[in-house]
Design a binder for this molecule. Structure first.
Ligand SMILES: C[C@H](c1ccccc1)n1cc(-c2ncnc(N)c2C#N)cn1
Length: 297
């Protein structure tokens, strides 16, 4: 993965699909209180980076995240400073306030699937919350459940955190507020998305606090995008089996079809995606953005 040479910015960190840069002042020193969050066109599926990239994916998800920050501004302040960013990343980057990030992945679930379903099948509960009997893959939960995890080092898996572990990390007051806000964000997201034919099964958000200790929790990172959340087409929702992904199903279907020739269990990398899969996937990101925001990409 190649990082961009952005004049006026130094590369700080790269995740699977996003990159972080620090602004550099005229004196060559890093500007201490801001960061540049850049969304790439990279697509990750089945824990593999796909090739080629999906055109406009970074721009679509950046615009969607900015729209959600605005929709949620009555619930929680956010880290956005400006979209006045270098031309090379115009439309897919955001200048943000540099925060002290909480060491907890704040995850909430409105529907049961994935790791939450596995835990429920073992314990009848998820993250310490006892759930009704008889739930299946895709069941809607009575209300969103906070299911935090650790922030594992690169290459390792995030681990579920018990309420006691979260309190030990954050303190009881902040832990309660993170839980409340994460569930409220997902509930608000689903209120809006359901009207537009999209179910948000679960989401991961990141909170930080101002380094000077003033103020409370600040919503950071990206919010309620198909990269941070499971998006499901509402009209296909049918509890009892894995739900189709709104945005990644074309990729998954092709990779698991005989046409791709890929043997996922063999452990080797997936083949290049054909043009039609790339185009269909781009169209789904644009469709999700336009249905949710009512705006044309
Ligand atoms: C997880 C995410 C990430 C982004 C891009 C690439 C890989 C990971 N990240 C966000 C921060 C961060 N740190 C300080 N202040 C902030 N406002 C933010 C934000 N957002 C650190 N990491």
């Amino acid at each position: 993965m190649s990082t961009l040479d952005l004049p006026g910015y130094s590369h700080v960190y790269s995740g699977k699909v996003r990159d972080l840069y620090a602004p550099v002042g005229a004196d060559g020193e890093v500007v201490p209180d801001q960061l540049l969050l850049v969304a790439s066109n990279r697509l990750s599926a089945y824990d593999w980076m796909m090739s080629p990239e999906i055109p406009d994916k970074g721009a679509v998800l950046t615009r969607l995240s900015l729209w959600w920050f605005d929709q949620l501004s009555d619930l929680v302040p956010n880290h956005v400073v400006s979209t006045d960013v270098p031309e090379a990343v115009a439309g897919r980057a955001v200048l943000v306030r540099k925060l002290d990030m909480l060491k907890v992945e704040a995850i909430a679930r409105a529907y049961l699937t994935g790791g939450g379903l596995e835990e429920y099948r073992e314990k009848g509960s998820v993250s310490g919350v006892v759930l009704p009997d008889g739930l299946v893959d895709g069941s809607k939960l009575p209300e969103p459940v906070f299911t935090p995890t650790t922030k594992a080092p690169v290459g390792e898996h995030d681990l579920p955190m018990s309420p006691a572990q979260v309190e030990a990390e954050l303190g009881a007051g902040v832990a309660a507020e993170v839980s409340r806000l994460t569930r409220a964000i997902l509930a608000r997201g689903n209120e809006i998305a359901a009207e537009r034919g999209i179910l948000i099964a679960d989401t991961k958000v990141e909170f930080g606090v101002s380094p000077d200790g003033t103020g409370g929790l600040v919503l950071a990172d990206e919010v309620l995008t198909p990269d941070s959340s499971r998006f499901w087409p509402a009209e296909l929702w049918e509890p009892g089996h894995p739900q189709p992904s709104y945005d990644k199903q074309f990729v998954r279907d092709w990779l698991t079809s005989s046409e791709s020739g890929w043997d996922r269990k063999a452990g080797g990398p997936p083949p290049e995606l054909p043009a039609h899969v790339v185009e269909q996937t781009r169209a789904k990101y644009v469709e999700a953005y336009e249905r949710l925001t009512g705006e044309t990409f």
